[in-house]
Design a protein around this ligand. Sequence first.
Ligand SMILES: [Zn+2]
Length: 91
Amino acid sequence: MTQIYCLKCKKNTDTKGEEKFEVETKSGKRHQITGLCSVCDRKKASFVNNKWRYNNKSAETIKADREKKEIAKYNKTVKRLGKKAIKQKIE
Ligand SMILES: [Zn+2]
């Protein structure tokens, strides 16, 4: 049984009637598990990793990952702008 975060209970709870889906997203295929909360019967869903496991990242790891992403995004923009600037100079 996978523990999925329940929005109503506001904590990770056990899941009844688990179903596995492959969802097509912008970033490719992702695995999703849906089911019912064993405490309050609310429907819940969560994306999981390729091994059908719930990804329990700590808040710090998520923050670090987000910062890394921001830096990569910034670098990409700078690179693009740099290329643009060079192109304009030649023309
Ligand atoms: Zn619940």
